[in-house]
Design a protein around this ligand. Sequence first.
Ligand SMILES: Nc1ncnc2c1ncn2[C@@H]1O[C@H](COP(=O)(O)OP(=O)(O)OP(=O)(O)O)[C@@H](O)[C@H]1O
Ligand SMILES: [Mg+2]
Length: 625
Amino acid sequence: MLGGAGNNSFEIEYVNTLAKGMEALDDESFDLVLLDLQLPDSEGLGTFSELHERYPLIPIIVLTGTSDEDLALKAVQLGAQDYLIKGEVDVTQLKRSIKYALERQRDLNNRKSIEKALFEEKERLSVTLSSIGDGVIATDTEGSVVLINRIAERLTGWSHAEAVGKFIEDVFFIVNVESGEREASPVSKAINANNVVGLESGTVLITKGREGCRYVSASSSPIRDRDGIIIGVVLVFRDITELKKLEEELLKVQKLESIGVLAGGVAHDFNNLLTSIMGNISLSSLPDISDEKVKQRLFHALKACHMAKDLSSQLLTFSKGGALENRTVMSLEKVIRETANFTMSGSNIDFNFVVGENLWTVEIDEGQISQVISNMLINAAQAMTNEGKITIKIENAEARKEKGIPLDDGKYVKTTITDEGIGIPKEYLSRIFDPYFTTKQTGNGLGLSTSYSIIKKHGGYITVQSELHIGTKFVIYLPAKGRHVRAEAKSDQPIKRGRGRVLIMDDKIEVREAAGEMLRHIGYEVEFARDGSEALRHYKRAKMEGEPFDTVIMDLTVPGGMGGKEAIEKLLLFDPGVKAIVSSGYSSDPVLEKYRKYGFKGVLPKPYEMGKLSDVLYGVLAESN
Ligand SMILES: Nc1ncnc2c1ncn2[C@@H]1O[C@H](COP(=O)(O)OP(=O)(O)OP(=O)(O)O)[C@@H](O)[C@H]1O
Ligand SMILES: [Mg+2]
């Protein structure tokens, strides 16, 4: 029939048994089999099944007799492409049936090969996932787990079967180790951020049944389909518990090393001082020594004792307590400018300021912060042998915008001191803040460590960046506090020279010396007293000797001694016309505000410079009684 079909589109081979058919199929390739279910060596559905199982890709059209139509239908259900009833077929029908069968089988084969490829891909993915060293969990956009690999099963304690379909936060249960609080799911974070997100450091994963916990690091990223639409999230995490332990151990070792260096340094310094003390005392007990010499020796011994005392108080800044602090809200710029001018006077190194607008105020112990700035500048100057300059930049900063700075959120005033000196070798960078670490012949190695603890106690932070032979940059953050700084009165207030005798009462030698120096410079004669009673004595004596003081500048608070408020009462009893000026660093003290009510003629808030000092003095002295 087909042979005579006319258009020669078929090549036909005939066999009369199933065995011969299979032989032929093994030897040659055929596009289609027309199969009679009733053959000499096989009959019924078995004929079809045997052939189809062995050659699943070849389409088969089944031929049956009229009485066997049911059988033929079953063959089609099992995979035959079609059936024809012998004696009822014409050429066109046969040709059409063959064409359809070929077409359908081709489709089927295509689909099968795609399925096979997909299956292989899936196998590969699952083998990859299970052999990855990290835990992997994939979720849908709602956060339901759709996949969890073996490592993730082990780390979370949830098996694949248990985890799939569960909410990610139940399976990946994480807690911040410091606060003890539960952390939000990285899955929702990734979706909200529409980006890869990591975990906070110090996150621990709690295993199923709360049996164990491990430090983990993780990153989760959205999974997108071809059109870029998020269809889920993949979370990759790893156990970093061992790493954390290692870090802690390392830190301990480093701390021990620092303590070792510190102890060595303290011992060295104290031994020197003790040598001086012991030497001088033993010299003063020699039998034939004169009284004058004994006095001298004891004086030297006492001096060494004082140095020992200073050293111990410097060491105390490292401890929690430390010296009494005296914090005031003030402008950092002013403190820094004054310290820099003072520290750098006499040096020929160029330094300049870059100051941001509307700087916030800070609440600081002026003396301590000034010590920090001075340490930094001295270090910078020591690092620059010949040329180069130091730049001091002061600006407002917000913690969350500063990268990698471990500070609480909030406002800070940021001071950057940049030098163009020799720089710090990388291997020293982690040690320069250690007490007694120094690379200098005559250094103590206490400058930076003292600075570090002062800044820390102020709630701030100090960091360093350095490049060898290029320079070093120290950055100091201090929390902003209090009223915002108004534009400071310019410090170029004109200096008014004058004449007269001035008594300065202050418990701090630095204050006495600085004020004395300034006053002498602008034409006054100066004497000093350390507290109220000494001031009274000096004042009375001078008056009696006929050389009275024209004015007295008195500090308001004298720890352990008579302060300005009590002293002025007594002075007024002795000399109602006394022209006294009250001075204090506690700018909010009511005595400063209502100084006249207390009997003072003028007020001089600390800190002050020459212009202000001369102005107040001039005003008070010009006032007639
Ligand atoms: N600006 C800088 N440039 C280069 N090196 C620096 C700088 N600042 C600090 N260092 C290095 O850090 C070390 C420690 O500084 P630190 O101020 O603590 O001690 P010191 O200056 O050596 O001694 P001290 O300040 O007690 O007199 C210095 O010896 C130096 O090696
Ligand atoms: Mg130093």
